[in-house]
Design a protein around this ligand. Structure first.
Ligand code: PEP
Ligand code: MN
Length: 278
């Protein structure tokens, strides 16, 4: 007999008993532990030279992971959608030269295997937060999953999406607040930082903040990165490019090396003030 418990929603990702905190390890990097974790890199992997250079600069500035899209969801169909598997190979080369683990997006269930071949963390982009077939597909892998919040999604819906991954057998989930729809028009999206303490009450999963997509405004990134840390996030995701204005995608929200260095320097005392290490 098939029974459905209508009172069960996201029990696996909820805090309960001894399960108060999930710490995710990739290589030497921890997410959700005592440390604060910074993921940095371009919106899209553009070339091998570019990604290797960015990885080196990000590492020098203190980043712990390299981000970069090889499969890109774009609002308009005429934009650069990434180099696909070649982009993954470029990321892997940047990892081998710097030791930085890679986080990169997977858009389709049929791409999960190829992305798993190269990535250390699978990113589910905001547009796919409720793509249940994709959530199921990543739940069957052994890779941590960074689940971005849908810009329309309530906290319950976001945790429901996380529960799909956990229910499929993969509890290595990192939540990423990346901005929601609101009436504000001074930013592209509204970074909902109060979701960080709200999630900390409910879930044992680590939470990172993405002020790049969350504001869509380069000049706001440093302030909102520090605010994310102050709110109690476990880490940040930041878009960085050597010549931000020339980025193939998301140029207006991408910071250069100088700003990224300043961000890391100004972040350190904030992270310490809230009792974390960086
Ligand atoms: C990204 O990280 O480059 C991205 C496309 O993010 P989001 O899914 O949050 O828009
Ligand atoms: Mn982007």
């Amino acid at each position: 007999m098939y029974e459905i418990d209508v009172n069960k929603n996201y029990d696996l990702v909820k805090k309960s008993g001894a399960k108060q905190k999930t710490v995710i390890r990739v290589g030497n990097v921890e997410i959700g532990g005592d440390g604060f974790t910074v993921m940095a890199g371009p919106c899209t992997v553009e070339s091998l030279e570019q990604i290797v250079e960015i990885a080196k600069e990000a590492k020098k500035a203190g980043a712990h992971l390299l981000r970069g899209g090889a499969f890109k969801p774009c609002t308009f169909p005429y934009r650069f959608m990434g180099h696909g598997e070649d982009g993954l190979k470029m990321l892997a080369e940047a990892r081998s030269q710097t030791g930085l683990p890679i986080v990169t997006e997977v858009m389709e269930p049929s791409d999960v295997d190829v992305v798993c071949k190269y990535a250390d963390i699978l990113q589910i982009g905001m547009r796919n937060m409720q793509n249940y077939r994709l959530l199921h597909a990543v739940s069957k892998t052994d890779k941590p999953v960074l689940l971005k919040r849908g810009s329309w999604a309530k906290l319950d819906e976001w945790l429901g999406a996380a529960e799909y991954i956990a229910a499929g057998g993969n509890e290595k989930i990192i939540l990423c607040e990346r901005g929601i729809v609101s009436f504000e028009d001074h930013t592209r999206w509204t970074l909902s930082l109060s979701v960080v303490p709200a999630l900390k009450e409910i879930t044992h999963l680590p939470i990172i903040v993405d002020p790049s997509h969350g504001t869509g405004r380069r000049n706001f990134i440093i302030a909102m990165a520090k605010a994310g840390a102050a709110a109690g996030a476990d880490g940040l995701m930041i878009e960085v490019h050597p010549v931000p204005d020339k980025s193939f995608s998301d140029a207006v929200q991408t910071v250069g090396y100088e700003d990224f260095n300043r961000l890391m320097q100004e972040l350190a005392p904030v992270v310490k003030a809230v009792g974390r290490n960086i």
